[in-house]
Design a protein around this ligand. Structure first.
Ligand SMILES: Cc1cc2nc3c(=O)[nH]c(=O)nc-3n(C[C@H](O)[C@H](O)[C@H](O)COP(=O)(O)O)c2cc1C
Length: 184
C-alpha cells in the first residue's frame, strides 16, 4: 500500500479524553479553524460556524451535558465528557440548515474531521463529542446562546493529550470494501 503523510496523520489520530493544561496557541487554533474552513460542502454552501470556547464555566457545563448522555456501543461506553473541564479550548461545530437544507450535517462532519486531523498533525488531540439527541442539543444551545434552528454537529475539546492513547482499531479493508455491487 502507498504510504504518505496524509495517511499517517489519518491513521495516527486518536480520540483523547484527557488533556494537560498547556494552552493551545493562537497560531495552532487558527490553523485548526482554517482546516475546518477548507472542508467541502454541497454547492460550496459552507453552512458552518465554529464557536471557540475558552471560558472555564462554559467548558465545564458542556462537559456535564456530554457526561449525562450515556449509551452502550458494542459493550463499551462510547461517550465521555471528562475532557471538557481540562481542555484549554473547545470548538463547537454548528451548522445552519437554512444555508444548506439537504447536507448541512455531512458538511459539518467534514469540517470537524478536518479540524481533528489538523490538531493531530500539530501534536494536539481532541475527541468528537456527539450530542445524539435533541435534549442535550437544547442544553448546548442555551450555554452557547445558539439561535433557534442551527444544529450542533460536534463538540471538539482540544489540547495536548495527557496520556498516550492505545493503538486504534479498524475492520480490515477486506471486510468493508465490495466492488461494483454490495450484495453477495
Ligand atoms: C459522530 C461521532 C460521535 C462521537 N461521540 C463521542 C462522544 O460523545 N464521546 C466520546 O467520548 N467519543 C465520541 N466519539 C469518538 C468515538 O468513540 C471514537 O472516534 C471511536 O471510538 C474510534 O476511536 P478513535 O477516534 O480513537 O480512532 C464520537 C465519534 C463520532 C465520529
Amino acid at each position: 500500500m502507498k504510504e504518505n503523510e496524509v495517511l499517517k496523520v489519518i491513521r495516527g489520530r486518536r480520540s483523547v479524553l484527557r488533556f494537560d493544561t498547556t494552552p493551545v496557541s493562537d497560531g495552532d487554533l487558527e490553523a485548526i479553524l482554517e482546516a475546518g474552513r477548507w472542508a467541502p460542502s454541497f454547492a460550496n454552501a459552507q453552512p458552518w460556524t465554529f464557536v471557540v470556547v475558552r471560558d472555564e464555566e462554559k467548558k465545564r457545563k458542556l462537559g456535564q451535558v456530554i457526561e449525562r448522555i450515556a449509551f452502550a456501543h458494542r459493550g463499551q461506553m462510547a461517550l465521555s465528557g471528562k475532557g471538557f473541564g481540562d481542555a484549554p479550548v473547545v470548538v463547537a461545530v454548528v451548522v445552519d440548515p437554512l444555508k444548506d437544507p439537504q447536507h448541512h450535517i455531512e458538511a459539518g462532519a467534514a469540517a470537524a474531521q478536518n479540524m481533528a486531523l489538523m490538531a493531530h498533525s500539530l501534536g494536539l488531540a481532541c475527541f468528537w463529542a456527539g450530542l445524539a439527541r435533541k435534549g442535550p442539543e437544547e442544553e448546548v444551545r442555551k450555554i452557547l446562546r445558539l439561535p433557534r434552528g442551527v444544529r450542533v454537529v460536534a463538540l471538539l475539546p482540544l489540547g495536548r493529550p495527557a496520556y498516550t492513547p492505545r493503538d486504534g482499531e479498524r475492520a480490515p479493508l477486506s471486510e468493508i470494501v465490495r466492488y461494483e455491487v454490495l450484495e453477495k
